[in-house]
Design a protein around this ligand. Structure first.
Ligand code: MN
Ligand code: MN
Length: 297
């Protein structure tokens, strides 16, 4: 196997370990900041890099929450906690997520997400259609009396590019596209209750950000903004980051907030179930082969 496959496998091995650690550190009352920092530091200690800030999304928040610097929030009791991590080794990214059930009454949601993921992965092979994969996920989830989230999808992964090309919905949609051998995909069904809208909308808060490294320095910026822009482009290139990763953020927070408001920095809003129903997620990264796939994570 070529070197890049070995890099991807290394990323997968680290992502697996981080995912297992999440089950140990996600406890009611645990500060989210400590959980995120613990999981990200495991990635760094292995000589790899987080491909994006560790997401810790609780209950109706489906995705894109990562604690902010000094964030006082803790893991609430009786909650459903999605932990989503990405590990990059030489730009090859393993993306994986689990749902940790702290409320036994919501356990079925996590089981449905896992079952849908398992069944879709069984169908993954060269030439599998996006439509049939969506059909399988929807059938499994609805068969358990629950609802898939239709506007959150799996995705193709390319080097240094988490969302490349094809998206892979968890509902049967008339969307063209087939999986290709030698390509990398993340499969990630999201599940909500039967009374949920089956759809996420943008919340008010953004905790994960990105700059366009090629453009930001050509913008008209004040001295403070330019200093921050330079640092962001150098440190993160065009990849998503958490303000936790910015040294001396307290001093720069006002400038950062202003640049977000003016659209110089892109903020990813948290994604929330439209009717406020709880959401579960399960995710693996797979490498497609002629007759199946290798589960990387
Ligand atoms: Mn993910
Ligand atoms: Mn993903």
């Amino acid at each position: 196997m070529s070197d890049w496959v070995e890099s991807l496998r290394t990323a997968g091995r680290i992502a697996r370990r981080v995912r297992e650690e999440a089950y140990r550190v996600v406890r009611p009352g645990a500060p989210m900041l400590e959980v995120a920092e613990r999981l990200e530091s495991m990635i760094l200690d292995e000589g790899a890099r987080p491909a994006f800030p560790c997401n810790i999304s609780v209950d109706e928040v489906a995705a894109h929450f990562s604690p902010m610097p000094g964030d006082p929030r803790v893991i609430p009791p009786n909650s459903l906690v999605k932990v989503d991590v990405g590990v990059s080794v030489d730009g090859y990214i393993a993306d994986t997520a689990v749902t940790i059930v702290l409320n036994p009454r919501l356990g079925a949601l996590a089981e449905a997400a896992e079952a849908a993921l398992r069944e879709v992965v069984r169908k993954v092979r060269h030439g599998a259609t996006i439509q049939e994969l969506g059909y399988v996920a929807q059938r499994v989830i609805e068969g358990m009396g629950l609802k898939p989230i239709r506007n959150l999808t799996g995705h193709e992964i390319a080097r240094y590019n988490l969302h490349a090309g094809l998206s892979i919905p968890s509902v049967a949609v008339a969307q063209p596209g087939r999986l290709q051998s030698g390509h990398i995909y993340a499969i990630e069904p999201f599940v909500t209750t039967r009374v949920g809208a089956g759809e996420v909308v943008s919340g008010r808060e953004a905790t994960i950000f990105r700059v366009d490294a090629g453009r930001i320095l050509s913008m008209r910026l004040g001295a403070e903004e330019r200093e921050l822009a330079k640092m962001l482009a150098e440190r993160f290139d065009s990849l998503p980051y958490s303000p936790r990763w910015i040294p001396g953020y307290e001093r720069l927070s006002k400038t950062h907030e202003r640049m977000v408001r003016r659209g110089r920095i892109h903020g990813y809003p948290v994604l929330v179930e439209r009717r406020g129903e709880p959401v579960a997620q399960a995710e693996h990264t797979v490498l497609v082969t002629e007759d199946g796939c290798e589960v990387i994570t």
